[in-house]
Design a protein around this ligand. Structure first.
Ligand code: UDX
Ligand code: ADP
Length: 463
């Protein structure tokens, strides 16, 4: 089967960039990205591609090239489903906030809605591809809905997890370490797998395209994220020990990373990992393990989350303790709000939790982030429901440059590793602050010696 029409349901951080790259690399395939959110689609269609709703280096150029040629953004979900041979499901799968599995299991209501919609609309055989990270055996549920509600149409369900990291989405998509495609081992399943392999083979070499059964593919995605998150929690656990013993966690990370069995990546101690995937996927894994009665397995992975929560709280506690055990009415400047650099995504960002802790201590927070909007920051805090929206907007002031945010502050906390923070005139910032001036580097990106020579009391994670 030769694919000429693709539809993607969900124009978010996964669907948007992934489809833009497929469209750029496969000009012979018509790619339509649909979403229920009209504003989001309007933003993707903004004539000025600098205004598209997701910031990723290199993305606006790709959208400029492909949009209107073979890349389309639309709210006409049913039409796009009807026309496409392949339908990617890239809708959100947040952790459940109610009922059974609350706080742990993935909420599959958006996925189920998609499946029902596909079943209702489809008149010809289709390949349905799970792109969102999903619990193992979701494909089975999707298949059951499609087969039992559809009108005799044949569906093949593939799992094709996305491994892109935000901030480097475009390069990850253009040069992936691997593409993983899971499908049924029947002849029809294999035909569907091959059709999708051919799409990726337009720019990815075949030896990097791995095919497996559906369950292996689904579980590999959760496992990859769990392993990555576990490395961060492991180095963060060591960071606390380093602070007590006088070792320096960056030196420890370098020393162990030179062991080729361990490798140097993902060993940067930090105020804690954020993002939409790590916590959600591990909670998913924990939930699945528990549901099979594998309590030791569940406890083992849950510890990664416990350590991460501890690291965020430890950072806010350290700020309070160092500032003579009180931050009441003190101004603490936050540099960075996004969960990592080069993205405007703030989901599960450590900054939200650190701000919440410090506001509980009656601190005033002033924030500067190069890409995150004021409304986003406030809604992140409001979402925690710790206090009224009004109290949050009183406690949080937002600036559009770092020098203003830091003026008259008692302390600065680095929450995101944006490159521009390393280029600042730190003497000028120091001169504008209350003395003694404190700097808490939650990302270990600044030069300790230089800052201490200016007069800052400088504290980094793990040293
Ligand atoms: C992750 C996976 O990397 C990606 O493969 C998957 O598809 C989605 O989840 P993402 O969450 O976008 O991607 O970013 P990632 O680069 O993995 O960073 C996650 C968090 O870990 C960030 O908050 C980052 O700052 C933090 N981190 C990362 C560290 O604290 N230390 C490190 O050494 C690396
Ligand atoms: P991710 O990071 O997984 O891409 P996002 O939240 O950024 O998650 O994007 C998911 C998108 O899916 C949202 O824009 C949401 O409006 C959209 N969506 C959810 N359910 C449906 C649906 N049934 N039909 C169309 N779009 C949907």
């Amino acid at each position: 089967m030769k694919i000429t029409k693709i539809c993607c349901i969900g124009a978010g951080y996964v669907g948007g960039p992934t489809m833009a790259v497929i469209a750029q690399k496969c000009p012979h395939i018509q790619v339509t990205v649909v979403d229920l959110n009209e504003q989001r689609i309007k933003d993707w269609n903004d004539p000025n591609t600098d205004n598209i709703p997701i910031y990723e280096p290199g993305l606006s150029e790709i959208v400029s090239e492909a949009r209107g040629r073979n890349l389309f953004f639309s709210t006409e979900v049913e039409k796009a489903i009807d026309e496409a041979q392949v339908i990617f499901i890239s809708v959100n799968t947040p952790t459940k906030t109610y009922g059974k599995g609350k706080g742990m299991a993935a909420d599959l209501k958006y996925i189920e809605l998609c499946a029902r919609q596909i079943a209702k609309v489809a008149k010809q055989n289709k390949i349905v591809v799970e792109k969102s990270t999903l619990p193992v055996r979701t494909a089975e549920a999707i298949k059951s809905i499609l087969d039992n509600t559809g009108n005799g149409v044949q569906f093949q369900i593939l799992s094709n997890p996305e491994f892109l990291a935000e901030g480097t989405a475009v390069t990850d998509l253009l040069n992936p370490d691997r593409i993983l495609i899971g499908g049924d081992t029947t002849p029809e399943g294999e035909e569907a797998i091959n059709a999708l392999v051919d799409v990726y083979a337009n720019w990815v070499s075949k030896d990097k395209i791995l095919t497996t059964n559906v369950w292996s593919s689904e579980l590999s995605k959760l496992t990859a994220n769990a392993f990555l998150a576990q490395r961060i929690s492991s180095i963060n656990a060591m960071s606390e020990l380093c602070e007590k013993t006088g070792a320096d966690v960056s030196e420890v990370a370098k020393a162990i990373g030179m062991d080729s069995r361990i490798g140097p990546k993902f060993l940067k101690a930090s105020v804690g990992f954020g993002g939409s995937c790590f916590q959600k996927d591990i909670l998913n894994l924990v939930y699945i393990a528990k549901s099979y009665g594998l309590n030791e397995v569940a406890d083992y992975w849950e510890q990664v989350i416990i350590m991460n929560d501890h690291q965020k709280r430890r950072f806010s506690n350290k700020i309070v303790q160092t500032l003579y055990n009180t931050v009441a009415d003190k101004k603490i400047a936050f540099l960075g709000w996004a969960f990592k650099k080069d993205t405007n995504d703030t989901r599960e960002s450590a900054a939200i939790y650190v701000a919440d802790d410090l506001i509980n201590e009656q601190a005033k927070i002033s924030v500067y982030d190069p890409k995150v909007s004021r409304n986003k920051m406030l809604s992140d805090l409001d979402y925690l429901e710790t206090r009224s929206d009004e109290a949050n907007s009183k406690a949080l002031s937002i600036f559009d440059n770092a020098y203003e945010a830091c003026k008259s502050a008692h302390a600065i906390a680095i929450l995101t590793e944006w490159d521009e923070f390393t280029t600042y005139d730190w003497q000028k910032i120091y001169d504008s602050m209350h003395k003694p001036a404190f700097l808490f580097d939650g990302r270990n990106i600044l030069d300790a010696k230089h800052l201490e020579s200016i007069g800052f009391i400088y504290k980094a994670i793990g040293s």
